[in-house]
Ligand binder design. Structure first.
Ligand SMILES: [Zn+2]
Length: 196
């Protein structure tokens, strides 16, 4: 296994549409293993293949409640319900967070590493992660879903707790916001309630 190099904005691969995977090959399994290792190393909740330089339609997700990572090959959102505003970050857009519009619930279809199609219903953090990672595979970034243009802000880390702070990557749910402070770099809103 290996930790892969992260592709960061403005790398054009982040804006490309990933290609559908025809079948599960040993190479694909290796990519998935390396993506899981890279996601954990970066303390992310999810990772899409184009974030590590591959245009295959594959993503992995591992929320804190999961015992093992979820592998999504050729994932598609079949149904999305409700709307909510959530705070989000992305491993490919380091140092920023933003307030975005996301669905409350999603229904997703994907193929697993066993080559079988599965469907799942998700809400909360998992629904958010699914939307975020499937967006990546379609060349879409969370900054495309900002509530408004003032909802993106820069994070300033405290020096003493950089361990914790790494976890703002793909999508943490903002639980560590007490560790962060914001700086009005971009245009920070006065009343978004996203940060204190
Ligand atoms: Zn991301």
């Amino acid at each position: 296994m290996a930790i892969l190099d992260m592709r960061l904005l403005p790398d054009p691969i982040l804006r490309k549409q990933a290609k559908k995977v025809a079948k599960v090959t040993p190479q694909l399994r290796r990519l998935v293993e390396n993506m899981v290792e890279t996601m954990r190393d970066q303390r992310g909740v999810g990772l899409a293949a184009n974030q590590v330089g591959s245009l295959q339609k594959v993503a992995v997700i591992e929320t804190p409640e999961m015992e093992e990572p979820m592998v999504l090959i050729n994932p598609e959102i079949m149904k999305a319900e409700g709307e909510r505003q959530v705070e989000e970050g992305c491993l490919s857009v380091p140092g920023y967070r933003g307030l975005v519009n996301r669905s409350e619930k999603v229904r997703v279809k994907a193929m697993g590493l066993d080559g079988k199609i599965y469907r799942l219903n998700a809400e909360d953090l998992l629904a958010q992660a699914l939307e975020h990672e499937i967006d990546h595979l379609n060349g879409i970034l969370y900054i495309d879903h900002l509530v408004d243009h003032e909802s993106l802000y820069k994070i300033t880390y405290h020096e003493h707790d950089d361990e914790e702070d790494e976890f703002d990557g793909d999508l943490d749910d903002g639980e560590d916001e007490a560790e962060e402070s914001t700086e009005s770099v971009a245009v920070e809103t006065s009343d978004s309630g996203a940060e204190d």
